[in-house]
Design a protein around this ligand. Sequence first.
Ligand code: HGY
Ligand code: MN
Ligand code: MN
Length: 458
Amino acid sequence: MAGRSNPSADAAAADKASTAGEAAPVAAGQVHADATRIGAMLAEIARIGPDATGGGISRISFTKDERTAHDLVSGWLKALGFTIKVDAIGNTIAERPGTVPGAPAIGVGSHLDSVPHGGRFDGIVGVVGAVEMARLFVENGVATRHPLRIVIFAGEEGARFGEPCVGSKAVAGNLGNRDLALMKDASGISLADALRAIGFDPRTVPTARWKPSEWAAFLELHIEQARVLEMTETPIGLVDTVSGSTRLRVELTGRADHSGGTPMDVRADALAAAAEVVLAAESLAKDSRNRGARLTVGRLDVHPNSITTIPGRVRFTIDVRDVDSDRQRQLAVEIVRRTRVLADRRGIGVETELIADTSPVVLPIWIREQSSKVCEELGIKYRVMTSGAGHDSQVVNAIVPAGMVFVPSKDGLSHVPGEWTSASDVARGVEVLYALANRLDGLLASLEGMEAGSSSAA
Ligand code: HGY
Ligand code: MN
Ligand code: MN
């Protein structure tokens, strides 16, 4: 189905077809996203799940806060005439019909959950941008051959259960037969229980799977979460590769004992061992042969965590990221090997668990080519770039060709309260998104031989 043939080869033909006499929709560059409206939507969503102090957001995946945010955005889309569906794992899918019966949909969206004490833009910009793009289609009376589906993925952040992109992995069918009862958060709550607590039945999750034939493409607007765009003064990034991540949980067991009475040479200090692991991870990532890899110990729990007791047990996570999938896995194996060696030397027990593994993905060049053409038509400076962060698009791309558009992050900050992107930068991203969705609608229609002129104004 659309997106499966080689659209690049026919792009020129499509360009001609989509301009030769057809009632072209409102041309790119003639519609303007409303930055004030965008700012108001971002602010309204930020009121859901705010931290009590510090100005951050903790709208954690698979909680009532996440559902409240989905419900709020569903209301906005319903008011634009979209029909709303919520699938078995909590993804919200809003649809505006196309003019060609049975045509596969063009999907646009992102996520509304955040990391603990995170920011107000990661994921949110993609959802608010999709809503503003939808409004541009509706308010300009522009119909599309393909249905437009705005998608809000549930549980994109892996911060709670370790597994990122749970909602998009469910639609792509690569949650596999992961036992949701075994995926546990730091307080021991399983994903299955978390789903039940917000009204979903984990046994029905396989019904969320998408039929690839029902989708033509998926587009995601997202903040860059690094500082390349800001440093190069480039307003738009077009993503070619999205980093993968391998996530490990490690438990080191030493011997808790009195911090005063125990001589240094007879200790089995689990935290001292963990400190060596943290530095080993950092030196692996900083090794010039591994340029591009990133290893992070983001969460570490000490037991019994008492001032006057030698730590007997430490649990921590290691997040291994890379755009090179072989190296990503090799580094995960290597840091486990180094952990075992140093733990043996210290008489410390080691248990490791693989909690998530997502491959890096090269996004399809034909969508990126169309995105470049859109930016050139709009006269917007852009650069093709890698994403260091992971995204739903890299997962969806397994079954639907996906494209990502980045807008700048101030100081490159993300996953912290200081995360910020201007509403005007988001508006520019929306205008690229609108023009790209329009362009793909025409390109794919011509490739599928859809009748011309069916994009007449609604
Ligand atoms: O953690 C990530 O890569 C993304 O922000 N979910
Ligand atoms: Mn994100
Ligand atoms: Mn994130």
